[in-house]
Design a protein. Structure first.
Length: 418
């Protein structure tokens, strides 16, 4: 950061964040660490270049190398997910979802997605979002929050009643496995297109640790690239085989809702997709799941309720208010004090407000990147619960903070994954 010495205030913020990440443990399931190669590409000379359009079809000159790097990103991500078409230009996950809606729907059309309180995402129909002001959203839920099973009969009933044009499978706080084939069967029954918002688990799908929705006939996958995919902050839209859908999506991204693509980010995406094509990445994804199971076992042993009863993926949603008498906001704050970062989260049937809910959400992608194994993760889970049980004991929290720092020092953030 030699050039940032000219701006000491920004430099101080960056150095502070670097220290925080180095000395603490990141358990937010939507966050991860990228390689130095991804960082270099993301901070590269491509940030200077305007490249409106697509490879071979640009509106500006000087596109030889932008075309090359975007084509690399497209071909690599298609290989990762076994699909025919890919758009790597979305700036993030929400714009990617909005682009699919705008490409396939007319204002007022109906979309069926997972209820936010049962694990869905804001962009799947929360009334405060732009899509909800344009389209009609109806929802499905879990049949039983104790097991996490989706109410597929209820999902089908809602689909038959409302005849959605688009059915979404995907989530931001759901710890179990979705039955993609049931979504596809219901969609065929009502004539809907299927979209899987895989922002949280896309990396686990790419790494062959979780099932690919395309294998069960899904039409579209949207995702971010900065979670389990371990890339820069950005989005992607993948189309299994329909060229008609892919062309509509391309036109909606540009010129529909975005102008010039962020070529420095696309270069970093290409690097991350290349890393994800390696055998080491598949091993990493399997370890994410093992580590999550190790944390689940501790929570079960300690009698802390988990929504869905546990996890099949990278994240756990725990009812700390019901189990430990600590609100989600209190838990997030206290755990920050000892060097464990996670987020408060509402749970199904929550009687508390979203800004001070009953639950917390945490996961294993980032600490797995640092080389944590099952035993390490079990210890982190123990320290997490111990902190919440002793939230007012300053001496106890200082002891835990020291152990967290020791764990972090023993598992430095790696610079390279290949």
């Amino acid at each position: 950061m030699q050039y940032l010495k000219q701006d000491p205030e920004v430099l101080a913020a960056l150095e502070g964040e670097q220290k925080r990440q180095k000395e603490g443990l990141e358990l937010i399931p939507s966050e991860n660490y990228v390689s130095q190669a991804v960082l270099e590409a993301n901070g590269s000379i491509f940030t200077n270049k305007y490249s409106e359009g697509y490879p071979g079809r640009r509106y500006y000159g000087g596109q030889e190398f932008t075309d090359a790097v975007e084509t690399l990103a497209i071909e690599r991500v298609k290989k990762l997910f076994n699909c025919k078409f890919a758009n790597v230009q979305p700036h993030s996950g929400a714009p990617a979802n909005l682009a699919v809606y705008a490409a396939l729907l007319e204002p007022g059309d109906t979309v069926l997605g997972m209820d936010l309180s049962h694990g869905g995402h804001l962009t799947h129909g929360h009334p405060m979002t732009l899509p909800a002001k344009i389209y009609k959203f109806v929802t499905y839920k879990m049949k039983d929050p104790e097991t996490g099973e989706i109410d597929y009969d209820g999902l089908r009933a809602v689909a038959l009643e409302h005849k959605p044009k688009l059915i979404i499978a995907g989530f931001s706080a759901y710890p179990r496995t979705l039955d993609y084939k049931k979504f596809v069967d219901i969609a065929h029954e009502v004539g809907a297109v299927t979209m899987a918002d895989m922002a949280h688990i896309a990396g686990l799908i790419a790494g062959k640790a979780l099932r690919n929705p395309f294998d069960d006939g899904f039409d579209i996958i949207t995702s971010t690239t900065h979670k389990t995919l371990r890339g820069p902050r950005g989005g992607i839209i993948l189309t299994r085989e329909s060229e008609e859908i892919a062309k509509k999506i391309d036109k909606t991204i540009f010129p529909g809702i975005q102008g010039g693509p962020h070529m420095h980010t696309i270069a970093a995406k290409a690097v991350a997709f290349g890393e994800a094509l390696t055998p080491a990445y598949q091993e990493y994804c399997q370890q994410i799941l093992k580590n999550a199971k190790a944390m689940e076992a501790v929570f079960k042993r300690e009698g802390v309720r988990m929504i869905g009863g546990g996890t099949d993926n990278h994240l756990i949603l725990a009812d700390v208010f019901g189990s430990l008498g600590v609100t989600g906001k209190e838990a997030q704050t206290v755990l920050d004090e000892v060097g464990i970062t996670l987020n408060m989260n509402s749970i199904a049937g929550d009687t508390r407000k979203p800004l001070d809910p009953s639950g917390i959400r945490f996961g294993t992608p980032a600490i797995t990147t640092r080389g944590f194994k099952e035993g390490d993760c079990a210890r982190v889970a123990e320290l997490l619960i111990e902190t919440l049980r002793n939230k007012d004991d300053f001496s106890k929290k200082e002891t835990i903070k020291n152990e967290i720092r020791e764990l972090a020092e023993a598992h430095p953030i790696p610079e390279s994954f290949v």
